[in-house]
Design a binder for this molecule. Sequence first.
Ligand code: SAM
Ligand code: SF4
Length: 507
Amino acid sequence: MSELTVKEWVKQVVKPDEIDKYLIDGKDFINEQAINTTLAKNQKPEKQRIRDIIQKSLCIERLDPEETAALLHVEDPDLWEKMFAAGLEVKRKVYDNRIVFFAPLYCSNLCVNNCAYCGFRYENKDEKRRILTMDEVRQETEAVISEGHKRMIVVFGEHPRSDADYIARTIETIYNVKMPARNGMGEIRRVNINAAPMSVADLKKLWNVGIGTYQVFQETYHKTKYARIHPSNTLKGNYRWRLYALHRAMEAGIDDVATGALFGLYDWRFEVMGLLHHAIDLERQFGIGPHTISFPRMTPASGSALSISSNYLVSDADFKKLVTVLRLSVPYTGLIITARENAPLKKEVIQVGCTQTDASTKIGIGGYTEALKELSHLERQNQEIDKQQFILGDTRRLDDVVLELAEMGMITSFCTAGYRCGRTGDKIMGLLKSCTEGKFCKLNAVLTFREYLDDYASPETKAIGEKLIEQEISQIREIPFFSKGSLLETFDKMYRDTLNGKRDVYI
Ligand code: SAM
Ligand code: SF4
């Protein structure tokens, strides 16, 4: 594609009327002055007030900005311990002891933007550019399936060659890949997308091919900072086009949407408030908040001075606090901790209420297929430097992480049933808020964990996983919700079928 054509494409992406329609009195939902005032007003919260706020959260009620601001300013270590414990309890009420796994798939590092923190930005001449063909997408997917994954999040730079049509073809290609497992065929059952903001018409294309969740991170909610790191002559320089990306997705019919902020760009307390206001505005305009919230921390990226020198880099201790406050503030929302973080920190943060994580992650373009090839150490190092967007903190394989979690009493769920049974958007939010979705998921988690143990697990993981499944099944038998109707009977049959090699059965 010629330079001019790229420029022409860029010019027609933003549709101003698809921003303006969501503004209220011409204003967006981030009022910086109001956020700063709320933060300042709540700098010294009373201990009893904090205890009351924790109680509200334990009743699975979303917090108000004043309450979140108060939590963000707690200094007493004992109160923090209470908040960490409450975070896990909220998670258990809504999502039980399950962790959902996914694998990211980076399809293209071509990008028309110039974000100061990202190795893919167009000015980074050290980056070798590559976009996967559909054959390569197929090969990458095969490698991911072979690890035992059932969910992917597919990531794209913003470029006419990776436009909505390319993304839609990628989704279709991934859904069509089947790979032999020990029993039957493995497959990806849910394809989520992390891509640039799009128009409603483009988002409908993704909806039509069965997108799972559409994820866009605002990066920073602070407008001045945003402008400084996203040049105004680039597409990403348009703050509001990005701020309303998820609103447009909802309008296009994609009701599982996911937000996030890139922590390290600006003050972490401000970003938590921004994320909360984002959730509130989605609730106000569509009746449901985000399906998940992510909190990637900025990691060193090739050629990015900002990624190592920012004044706002977040310490491990503050990171754990911000995840806890998000957990308590938006109790019904899934929280994603990624392999950007190292294994010990991931483990710690999972215990304050995260619900999803990745493993066996490769973030180089074509990284899964290349990992299978015999490469010299030097060749591999060069490739990683060339094509990785940033450096990963946790490179363990899926089986290792599943084992670690099973030892902690957490069951890995590969369940993708909610989305395929229409339990998405407002339906799933209602179920989550009433802690009912967790019950269906408990059954489906056991069924999919059984599949994993039989099809992919190492002997060690299988041994520990079996014990966990036994515990889960005896708990299930004790819960009246299951035993009252015919649910238990249905589950028992499905479990037997799964043991006998039947695949993809769900409630
Ligand atoms: N191009 C799309 C966009 O910007 O929305 C999607 C792909 S982009 C590679 C996905 C996310 O990577 C960004 O939203 C950003 O938060 C994150 N990211 C970029 N640079 C990073 C870094 N140095 N460390 C950690 N995360 C980073
Ligand atoms: Fe491109 Fe996204 Fe990286 Fe920005 S964050 S340079 S838009 S890939």
